[in-house]
Unconditional design. Structure first.
Length: 554
């Protein structure tokens, strides 16, 4: 409400000052340096373009600055009254007008200084307009110093514009175009006129330069209006976007269509997968959204749920409503594209899971071969040697046969223990013969950490694959607790909820487990997901670890 009143007040003031200038030109001929129509058109073009820009984007100061520039332009129309006061008002209005020109050149299109260099240029412009005016009126030498500083400042503004243009992307250059192609012309006119020697008084020379530079600068409001019109025409591309996406094209085509509509070839789309709680790219690969920097992000939602995110050039933030409108127009196509991305992500996960299963199988076979070769096989070789020695002792009447037979018996017992351990690692017999609950009780008795079996399934047997998955989930969890968790106890709770086996395993250790950091946990994910189940691992540092799995029993 306050901004609307301010806009209305400044609009009325600008209109009144323009009408006053027309009246002065009629009543006091030759009172204006420029022809009255040119003079009024310049002022009103600033006021009108500023009002449009201000109404369109109230949060951007560009419209306000441009409106005030037009009003200050009309502040030069009181010198005809004569007197020192009106003369100084005219001079200050002229220099302040130039400072506001420089201000807009530096901060366009954002409307505010965003770096130390920009703040320095803007502050220097206003200091030169005010303090420089006073110094220039004290002496001729002071006037020369002010002119020299004005030239340095003008060159600094041009260098700043050139630097921004070179560093800008294609969307950024489109935003800068109204200033880059018109603003330097103003500075060139000022520099050319100030550098010339007209033979007139310094103040007259400066006024002449500023007046004709203003004629050139009047193109900037027109350029801004052209930019606004181009934006409106550019928004017509939304209609074409809707038509193009109505046939639900492939994700890559959706991205290309949005990139054309927004005029940003660098645009990327990140699709949100709610079940996995992550973003993926067009090919289903995990994607981290940038946090500021050289890219901007707009998260698109539908019915309060995240759908996708657009990653684009930050210069498009100057027209964030346009970006949101393009995203809304493409919502249906984005939902379809997200399904494609989700399918690609699932296929990629299946491929990776298959590769891990093959690798795990090969690794397990290598482990069995190594354990049999280094353990049981060596013991059997030792038994064979002991029996040969026993046979030789019987023949030669040497070392007592009983000692050799005892040694052989001990080796046989050790070999049997190793073979039983290997067998339990492959598939425990108690699980096959008696079921999940007895197998878990046996596992808990052998665990190095106290285990509380809070709840176990009943006597009804579950599918063999489900029992095996639950058993090895508990086995791997207990192994990780013993190695890393520094826990004092583990709690295991397994219940059957209709056709789903729900498994909760928690410890009171140090937490910080990473589901992607070890092959054991990744293998558990693969085993559970192979049965169309789900596994979630919660392990905040210092708060223990909790494994929650749900496996269909049907």
């Amino acid at each position: 409400m306050i901004q609307e009143r301010a806009r209305l007040g400044l609009a009325v003031l600008g209109a009144a000052l323009g009408a006053y200038a027309i009246g002065i030109a009629i009543w006091v001929p030759d009172s204006l340096t420029l022809p009255a129509p040119v003079h009024v058109v310049i002022g009103w073009s600033f006021v009108g373009a500023g009002m449009l820009a201000w109404a369109r984007r109230p949060e951007n100061r560009t419209g306000l600055i441009m409106t005030l520039t037009g009003i200050v332009w009309f502040g030069r129309d009181f010198d005809w009254m004569g007197g020192a006061l009106t003369t100084h008002v005219d001079g200050l209005a002229t220099t302040l007008f130039v400072a506001m020109v420089a201000h807009q050149l530096v901060v366009f299109p954002h409307g505010r200084a965003r770096s130390r260099a920009e703040r320095a240029l803007v502050a220097s412009a206003y200091a030169l307009a005010s303090v420089g005016y006073l110094v220039a009126n004290l002496s001729g030498v002071g006037n020369d110093v002010v002119d020299a500083l004005a030239i340095v400042l003008a060159l600094g503004v041009i260098a700043h514009l050139v630097g921004r243009w070179r560093a800008a992307t294609a969307p950024g250059r489109r935003a800068l175009a109204p200033i880059v192609w018109t603003g330097p012309a103003v500075i060139v006119v000022i520099l050319a006129t100030l550098a010339s020697d007209t033979g007139g008084p310094p103040s007259a020379q400066r006024n002449d330069a500023l007046h004709w530079a203003a004629v050139v600068y009047a193109a900037i409001p027109l350029a801004l209006l052209a930019g606004l019109l181009r934006t409106r025409l550019h928004r017509a591309a939304l209609g074409e976007l809707v038509v193009e996406l109505s046939e639900l094209p492939q994700p890559a085509q959706v991205r290309a269509a949005l990139a054309r509509a927004l005029g940003d070839p660098s645009l990327e789309i990140a699709f949100w997968l709610p079940e996995q709680e992550r973003y993926v790219d067009l090919n289903g690969r995990a994607l981290e959204l940038p946090d500021g920097g050289e890219q901007a992000v707009s998260v698109l939602e539908h019915d309060g749920e995240k759908l996708a995110a657009l990653v684009y050039d930050p210069s498009l933030l100057e027209d964030a409503a346009f970006v949101a409108a393009a995203g809304a127009a493409a919502r249906l196509a984005l939902e379809n594209a997200r399904l494609h991305a989700d399918l690609r992500a699932q296929l990629a996960e299946v491929r990776a899971s298959r590769a891990r299963i093959v690798e795990a199988g090969d690794a397990e076979r290598r482990r069995l071969e190594r354990d049999l070769h280094d353990g049981a096989q060596q013991r059997l070789l030792g038994i064979r040697l002991a029996l040969r020695l026993a046979r030789g002792q019987v023949d030669d009447g040497g070392r007592a046969v009983d000692d050799l037979l005892v040694e052989a018996e001990e080796e046989v017992e050790g070999t049997l223990a190793e073979l039983r351990a290997l067998a339990r690692g492959i598939h425990p017999a108690v699980l096959t013969e008696e079921g999940l609950a007895p197998a878990l009780e046996t596992l808990a008795r052998r665990a190095p950490v106290p285990v509380i079996l809070a709840s176990m399934p009943g006597e009804e047997r579950l599918p063999a694959a489900v029992e095996a998955a639950a058993y090895f989930l508990a086995s791997e969890a207990l192994a990780n607790v013993a190695k890393y968790a520094q826990a004092t106890q583990v709690r295991i709770e397994i219940v059957r909820d209709n056709n789903t086996l729900v498994i909760d395993i928690s410890d009171d250790g140090i937490g910080g487990a990473d589901a992607a950091g070890g092959s054991g946990l990744i293998g558990l994910h693969d085993r559970v997901e192979a049965l169309n189940g789900s596994l979630r691992i919660e392990s905040p540092p210092g708060c223990g670890t909790r494994l929650h799995a749900e496996i269909p029993c049907a």
